[in-house]
Structures are given as structure tokens and as C-alpha cells.
Design a protein around this ligand. Structure first.
Ligand SMILES: Cc1cc2nc3c(=O)[nH]c(=O)nc-3n(C[C@H](O)[C@H](O)[C@H](O)COP(=O)(O)O)c2cc1C
Length: 237
């Protein structure tokens, strides 16, 4: 127990969910994978079939869909560490507050963001120019502007960009997984510094979130959200 009896330790807080989640049914298998249905039906799933192993090709397909997400100047700073080996998942477990989904899901995908992704500007924009979508001189100006601009941004600003783009790719990954009949839970409840060290994450990468991906065995909580009119304003605050 934590010292203050009105709060819980982070580990207690993250694991209490298994006691309070009284859901009995398995996650819904969607017949209709229309976008709006997928968005409505995705839930954070924290219980997985530990025997179920996803094919690598399916994981790759989900990642292929995820990386179609938008990113700042199309620099695609996202990087993924797919943790599949059971021993590696066991190593991650205590770093992620012993959340059982770390070891039970097929894989844990660490969504990372490269603060130096702008260094790929020439490669990215040359591919666009080669397709005839951008004149060569414009491409060169674009690339120079990116190298000049991003190259002078502070570490904090580059980190913020990596986090924004990382959030977008993570969401797309989770929706793609749901559309393909799999479940996910995004996790910020882990020790970033320990994770970076234990998994040799390059110094220029931001750790954005972990995502458990696999075959859910329990659907997780039904959605509850604040009413829309409490979170939306129109025109001006
Ligand atoms: C950035 C982020 C971090 C999260 N971290 C955790 C976590 O460490 N453990 C966990 O069980 N759920 C975690 N969640 C899941 C949220 O609890 C969940 O998204 C929220 O309760 C809404 O439920 P839904 O995803 O089923 O709609 C996280 C979600 C986000 C977006």
C-alpha cells in the first residue's frame, strides 16, 4: 500500500483495473469494419490470450497502415520496437509496473520518435520529386528549409513534434489492429528511463508509449466520455 491511504501507488493504480473490470465478454469481433464502427468499438483491452501468437505478416500489415498517418513536414519521426520474444517481455514487465498485458499480448510495440528525423528530408522529398510530384528546384528549397528550420529547433521542440506525430501513428495503429480483429492498450505507465536503458533505445529517440497488441480475451470497459458540449467550444474561448 502507498503511504497516503487515499491514493494508490502507480503499480496498484494500474493493476487495480483487473479487479474493477467486471466485463465478462470477449472483445467484439467486427463484421463491419467501416471506420466509424472501428472507432466506436476500439477499447483498451488489458486481458489477452497468452497462447495466441500473431503472424509477423499481420503485425507488419498493421504497421504499414499505421505509418500512413500524417506527420510534421512528412518527416515520419516514428520508430517502432516490436517486442515479441517472451524473455524480453518478461524483462519489460517490472519496468511497466507489472501490467500483465505486457507478457500476455502477442507483442508489445514501443512507439518511439526520432528527434533527428529531419535528417531524412532529402530522401523523403527526393522520392516525391522522382514521382514527378514536385519540381527538383522546389524540392531542394524544401529540403534546405527543413534542414535549416528543424536543424535549429531546440531539443524540446523536436521532442514535442516527435510526441505529436507519435500520438497520431499510435492511434492509427490501434484502429488498424481493431479493424483486423485484434486488440490493443496504449500504455504510458512505465519507467521511461529504465526502458530506454534496458532496451538500448538510441539517445536521439523519444519514448512515446507502449502498445500491447494481440487477441483480447476480455473486452475491457465500455466507453465513458465527458459530454461533448463540455469539451467543445466554437469560434472563441
Ligand atoms: C497516453 C496513454 C497512456 C495510457 N497508459 C495506460 C497504462 O499504462 N495502462 C493502462 O492500463 N491503460 C493506459 N491507458 C489507457 C486508458 O486508460 C484508456 O485509453 C482510457 O481509459 C479510455 O478507454 P478506452 O481506450 O477503452 O476508450 C493509456 C492511454 C493513453 C492515451
Amino acid at each position: 500500500m502507498s503511504k497516503n491511504k487515499n491514493t494508490m501507488s502507480k503499480e496498484e493504480y494500474l493493476n487495480k483495473v483487473k479487479e474493477i473490470d467486471t466485463t465478462k465478454e470477449a472483445p467484439k469481433q467486427l463484421e463491419d469494419t467501416d471506420f466509424l464502427t472501428v472507432a466506436k468499438e476500439r477499447r483498451s483491452v488489458r486481458q489477452y490470450d497468452p497462447e495466441f501468437k500473431m503472424d509477423k505478416s499481420e503485425i507488419m500489415e498493421i504497421l504499414e497502415t499505421a505509418i500512413l498517418a500524417p506527420s510534421s513536414s512528412n518527416l515520419q519521426p516514428w520508430r517502432f520496437l516490436v517486442i515479441e520474444d517472451q524473455k524480453e517481455k518478461e524483462r519489460l514487465l517490472p519496468i511497466a509496473n507489472n501490467q500483465q498485458q505486457i507478457v500476455d499480448a502477442s507483442v508489445v510495440i514501443a512507439v518511439l520518435g526520432d528527434r533527428e528525423a529531419y535528417k531524412n528530408a532529402d530522401r523523403i522529398y527526393s522520392a516525391i520529386a522522382e514521382k514527378g510530384r514536385m519540381p527538383e528546384d522546389v524540392k531542394n528549397m524544401y529540403v534546405n528549409s527543413i534542414l535549416d528550420g528543424y536543424g535549429n529547433f531546440s531539443k524540446e521542440r523536436l521532442a514535442k513534434i516527435a510526441h505529436i506525430d507519435g500520438g497520431l501513428v499510435a492511434m492509427q495503429l490501434m484502429l488498424a489492429a481493431k479493424a483486423k480483429g485484434y486488440d490493443t492498450v496504449p500504455m504510458g505507465g512505465y519507467d521511461e528511463a529504465q526502458f530506454v536503458k534496458a532496451f538500448n533505445v538510441p539517445e536521439n529517440y523519444e519514448a512515446i508509449m507502449l502498445i500491447s497488441l494481440g487477441k483480447g480475451s476480455k473486452a475491457g470497459f465500455e466507453k465513458t466520455r465527458l459530454p461533448l458540449d463540455e469539451v467543445v467550444n466554437w469560434d472563441r474561448y
